[in-house]
Write a new protein. Structure first.
Lengths: 301, 378
């Protein structure tokens, strides 16, 4: 099994006729994704890589069934497209778009919560279950199927870790990018809960960064609820306070936003701390070599 | 975008919030022509101005002129003073703190309040004790009376019509300007009204296209009134729209992702060197973005070696390699360049770089080690 998506997930692509949308649609198809429809207002009737294009989700709904949507719609039109997807009742919306105004994101996430739609992002590389399906832009060649769940704020960091694991012959169940913030639909905590319940995920790799306090909530959740081993890495240890390190959410403001306080909280919660990315395959490999019943967290201190 | 105090107070006034009568001084000489006593406040977009000596109550024109002249062009936490705001001083028995911000835990607006406002509020808020209260707003309901009553209780004041009107005006301003933070500290009750003695506002520039007139005015004011201490590299990065952070080392750094950028920066430190900067290009970069990033980072004379850390997802490595090769072709006497390249179209990219005699590695660890060795002069 996987989390969020699997080989049966029927996907609608919003913004399918744009340069990036069309290009990524073909790559997602190659990764196994079942793309059943695309939407671009005004472009209904066209076809992109064999996928029928509709003017609206409601129109697409009459012709075919879909349970997830991925949006390449640019910032100014992103909220309207996202609300349309939520209103059409998709179970999962992957919001790749960067640059959506914060007040729009608040409105989207509030409505999605009411309608029971899970939103991944915004500003996310998406989600990949190697060999099964991909709603995102990950470079597939760096990944392979296997027992490790990867959860990352940063896309590029999840590629790096996936690549290192794959080179050591350790595959991944699902690779989830939650986005660079400052607002997040699915949080680290919610993805941890899903990995913890997924029978095919045996080890969880949590890739965090400086800025904000989400890793502290993740640590509290690991302590209380997560029974599987978690290997954690926080990047930005050498970042200066007050500077924005690439992501909107990656600014050290206050002690709880630092790498050291996050690492301390995760360690106290029983997570295995990787001091460098190179340690992750060793740690994960050692855990996987143990017998299945002893897949436990480190003893609490 | 962080507003200057006078800009925030103008928006406050337009929204119907009370602020002391005030005037912007664009020259120190203007400090003589005020009615006294007066508060003079340096207009720099940073907190803790009072403790930095940039705010003072003055009784006479000569004292005001002396203070203004001393402060003019002075460096307050990395910003040069280019204007002062002159206000009528307001005396109050109690100082409250109230802020309204976009909360990244509940993805909704949240009010943060404490009855213990003033210059030491950070000590109270950092502790997170009972003194500080958080009151969320559900955006589907909007701001309701029960929330206003909760805010009044948190400040230990009564929820009068005046208080309610104040909170409503503030919330409306937050929505209409698409602010991410409005902070009032101190907030006081004076002459029968709630008055904002200081005003901090952060706007979300991602929404600037919806407010063209407001941003035009705010930006043109900031162009002349916000002067930051910047190095040439920082100036250049700003005009190129690159995310660039100056650091203290000698290894120049360019990355195509925030996460791997921070990872590479940490690994450089682990290998015994220090990064000179952090520079991230973002997900949809092309050859030109790459060349421009190199121009920015290499305009810093402290850079003794340039490490480019690329892991292509959305970015195409063939394009990145073209950008690197083009830049190297056009420039001479550059410090050594080390590239880490893998991902989308990496084979083509690596071929281009090898032809241009650039040290390129598929593996991040090797690239970092090579860059640090070159810095060591090996």
């Amino acid at each position: 099994m996987t989390i969020l998506i699997n080989e049966h997930t029927r996907v609608l692509v919003q913004g399918i006729t744009g340069t990036v949308g069309a290009f990524q649609t073909r790559i997602m198809q190659a990764a196994g994704t079942r793309i059943v429809a695309g939407v671009t207002p005004g472009k209904g009737g066209e076809e992109i890589h064999g996928v029928p294009v509709f003017n609206a989700l409601a129109e697409a709904r009459e012709i075919c069934a879909f349970d997830a949507a991925i949006s390449f719609v640019p910032g100014r039109f992103a909220l309207d497209a996202a609300l349309e997807a939520v209103s059409a009742g998709v179970r999962l919306l992957v919001q790749l778009t960067e640059g959506i105004p914060d007040h729009d994101v608040m409105a989207l996430l509030r409505y999605a919560a009411d309608k029971g739609t899970e939103v991944l992002g915004p500003d996310t590389p998406g989600v990949l279950s190697p060999g099964k399906s991909k709603l995102g832009v990950h470079p597939d060649a760096m990944f392979m199927p296997g027992p490790v769940g990867i959860l990352s704020k940063s896309g590029s960091l999840s590629y790096e870790v996936g690549r290192q694991l794959t080179r050591r012959g350790i595959g991944q169940s699902t690779v989830v990018g939650i986005g660079g913030g400052p607002l997040w639909g699915l949080s680290q905590e919610k993805i941890l809960a899903k990995f913890n319940q997924d029978p095919d995920t045996r080890v969880i790799v949590l890739l965090g960064e400086v800025g904000g306090t989400m890793e502290h909530d993740a640590a509290a959740f690991i302590r209380r609820h997560v029974t599987k081993p978690v290997v954690a890495l926080i990047v930005g240890r050498t970042a200066p306070p007050g500077a924005r390190m690439g992501h909107a959410g990656a600014i050290i403001e206050g002690e709880r936003a630092t790498a050291s306080s996050k690492l301390q909280a995760l360690k106290a919660a029983g997570a295995h701390i990787a001091d460098s990315v190179l340690e992750i395959p060793d740690r994960v490999g050692a855990i996987l070599k143990m017998d299945a019943p002893s897949f436990q967290k480190q003893k609490r201190r | 975008m962080r507003l200057l105090e006078f800009q925030a107070k103008r928006l406050f006034q337009e929204a119907g919030l009370s602020v002391p009568a005030g005037r912007l001084l664009r020259s120190p000489l203007a400090a003589r022509e005020l009615s006294f006593p007066v508060v003079l406040k340096a207009q720099v977009p940073v907190g803790g101005r009072g403790k930095a000596g940039a705010v003072k109550i003055l009784q006479t024109p000569p004292a005001a002129l002396a203070f203004a002249e001393r402060l003019w062009d002075a460096d307050i936490k990395g910003y040069y003073v280019k204007s002062l705001y002159a206000e009528q001083p307001i005396a109050a028995d109690a100082e409250y703190y109230l802020s309204l911000y976009v909360d990244s835990c509940c993805n909704q607006p949240v009010f943060m309040t404490t009855a213990a406002g003033g210059v030491d509020v950070e000590a109270a808020t950092a502790g997170g004790g009972d003194a500080v209260q958080f009151t969320p707003v559900d955006t589907t309901l909007g701001l309701r009376d029960f929330t206003i009553r909760a805010l009044a209780r948190s400040l230990n004041v009564s929820a009068t019509a005046g208080f309610s009107a104040f909170v409503k005006a503030l919330y409306r301003l937050f929505l209409e300007t698409e602010a991410t933070l409005i902070e009032i500290n101190p907030l006081v009750f004076s002459e029968n009204s709630w008055m904002c003695l200081d005003a901090k506002m952060m706007l979300d520039e991602k929404s600037a296209w919806r407010h063209p007139a407001m941003y035009r005015r705010l930006k043109s004011e900031q162009e002349t009134l916000v002067a930051r201490k910047r190095t040439p590299a920082e100036e250049r990065a700003l005009s190129e729209g690159l995310n660039y952070v100056r650091l203290n080392g000698a290894v120049g750094l360019i990355a195509d992702g925030a996460g791997t950028g921070m990872l590479t920066m940490d690994m450089v430190a682990d290998a015994g060197a220090r990064a000179a900067n952090f520079c991230e290009m973002g997900g949809l970069s092309d050859a030109q973005t790459m060349s421009r990033a190199m121009a920015v980072v290499l305009s810093d004379a402290r850079v003794k070696v340039l490490l480019i850390s690329l892991i292509g997802g959305m970015t195409r490595m063939d394009q990145m390699a073209d950008g690197i090769a083009q830049y190297l072709n056009r420039h001479e006497c550059l410090p050594p360049v080390v590239v880490r390249m893998c991902g989308t179209m990496a084979e083509e990219g690596c071929r281009t770089l090898r032809r241009a005699r650039v040290a390129v590695f598929e593996d991040l660890e090797t690239a970092v080690r090579t860059a640090v060795d070159r810095w060591n002069g090996e």
